[in-house]
Design a protein around this ligand. Structure first.
Ligand code: UDP
Length: 182
């Protein structure tokens, strides 16, 4: 692949913890990303925020959903900053769908493409910038925008199942799935 879009879920950063970021796990991801980068692959990363905050969880506790979703988007920015820190020594840029100028560039497609061409790893934070979406949607959106050849997802569950395998032991994994199956 020439250009890849890597989607890292927030939960993937937790390691064995219940919450937050495991520095050891983060360092492992950084090392793997470096190895792929060294092969000359252009790497864009969309990072989730579920290890810190999810809008739906806030809403189920009585919080306004939109407010909660913006908090979730900010959580992804925290993770993006942590990943950027772990990739220290490499050329990286953090671009966010919500403007936070002191720490990140605003998302500008042409600029992101230029960074990738120059061999910089681009981390996209704040999801799509819109409530009621998830960072999986952001991954597909950004993947299409930067012309990624593939979207790779690093998460705790290793595929698509008939139901959540962490909650249901009878869940069956799909080896192949199409729109017709859905
Ligand atoms: N979110 C949002 N719009 C987006 C992306 C994310 O509102 O475009 C919010 C939403 O509340 C979501 C949270 O940010 O629950 C964290 O993102 P996500 O749940 O996708 O993280 P992951 O599951 O990958 O850790």
């Amino acid at each position: 692949y020439k250009i890849i879009l890597l989607k890292l879920s927030g939960e993937a950063l937790m390691g064995d913890r219940q919450y937050g970021i495991d520095p050891q796990r983060l360092a492992e991801y950084a090392e793997e990303i470096k190895q792929i980068h060294d092969k000359g692959v252009e790497i864009a990363i969309v990072i989730g925020g579920g290890n810190i905050f999810r809008g739906v969880a806030g809403a189920s506790n009585g919080m306004d959903r939109v407010q909660g979703d913006y908090m979730g988007m900010l959580a992804t920015v925290i993770n993006g900053m942590a990943l950027q820190g772990a990739l220290e020594g490499m050329q990286t840029r953090l671009q966010t769908a919500l403007k936070i100028e002191a720490i990140a560039e605003p998302y500008i497609k042409r600029r992101a493409t230029r960074h990738l061409e120059k061999g910089r790893i681009v981390i996209f934070g704040a999801g799509t910038g819109n409530p009621y979406f998830t960072t999986d949607t952001a991954a597909v959106l950004r993947g299409i925008e930067v012309g990624a050849d593939v979207i790779l997802k690093g998460t705790r569950v290793d595929g698509v199942y008939t139901s959540d395998p962490e909650k249901n032991a009878d869940a069956v994994k799909f080896d192949f799935i199409s729109f017709e199956d859905v």
